[in-house]
Design a protein around this ligand. Sequence first.
Ligand SMILES: *Cc1c(COP(=O)(O)O)cnc(C)c1O
Length: 429
Amino acid sequence: MTDRHHARRLGDRPLAPETLMMGFGYNPALSEGSIKPPIFQTSTFVFRSAEDGKRFFEVAYGLREKDPDEALGLIYSRINNPNLEILEDRLAVWDGADKALVFSSGMAAISTTILALSRPNDVVVYTAPAYGGTEYLFDRILPRMGVETVSVADCDGGAALATAVRDAAARGAARGGRLAAVYVETPANPTNQLIDLRAAADAIRDLGQAEAPPLVVDNTFLGPLWQKPLEHGADLVLYSLTKYVGGHSDLISGACMGRAGLMGRVAEMRTICGTVTDPHTAWLLTRSLETLHVRMERSQQNAMELVRRLRGHPKLEAVLDAGGAESSADQQAIFARQCAGPGSTFSIRLKGGEAEAFRMLNALRLFKLAVSLGGTESLVSHPSSTTHSDYTPEAKARCGIGDNLVRLSVGIENVEDLFADLVQALQAI
Ligand SMILES: *Cc1c(COP(=O)(O)O)cnc(C)c1O
């Protein structure tokens, strides 16, 4: 039975996520009628009786399953906290997940999830380019723990990935392990190349394994509004909440969400590694969720207008937006199947090289020169000399990360002001 504060319907009418963000999962009567959840700035929770403490721990430590109608209380803020639980309930709504868990950063979510899924002798397949921290985890840290990782630079959108999944399953078995997970980041940063999630899920299904390796998707760039991986065959979805969900460039956090069974393993690892977020950050994120759709819609609208005006600009070689007019027919087909919009992070290739790119970056006045994305303010970065500077020249060439590539994260400012800033900076080249 769902209580009134977890109701997702008004009579027969299913309520939209943006409506649920205002109250879902929170009962004001438990907090002196406060319309907004207070910050539960506490490390631990008082049990009403010794019997309660025993019951709560039996379930938390997996000694028994929770009874269907059993009400459980809180234990300790590394395990659970009201601010985290409200946030997790609301986050799960957007992606249609059974359960969400929040972490102290996007990397905490990614590393804890991968640790929960893999064991020595296993193999993990991942798509490249991926976020820098993610690549470091896969390239340098997991191999130290006996997990073999296979990077697939899949510029065809999924064909090479399917082959890699088959090979990795065979390799895992030969090592006395398994293919533990298939990890996909789509769109890829900074090129906006899309990976076909359905093709990846089909490749996993075709292995015919009793316990299929989960398809894990980093949805930071388009989620949760413009891409819902669980609807396209993914088992777990990961976020850097630092980006669009936080949305104000004032916090670091992450999330993992998906099916209940897998989430139990991730929750266990989070409790033991202690990679959970704190009540204040969770409270800020709950506040951010109320305006998420307005911010993401407006920033996408701004970005689409800038893309439209920049396409064909005499100083530009290309404009790289997700599934955009300059991408291949295959890419556009994936976009049509799997994305509801291109989001507001895109890249441009200038005519010239690093000197031209730097002149443009230094001339911009409104776009701030910083890594990160998804905030209310517009940001600009030069991947080749910063976030992707540790790539070899070959890797840069393969992934299309040239010295003339500039990435833009468009905010919610006035679009005419933003366009004027880009025009004057392009003139300065
Ligand atoms: C920023 C980012 C991360 C890492 O998140 P943090 O919150 O910085 O730890 C992971 N994946 C993608 C796609 C990102 O943009």
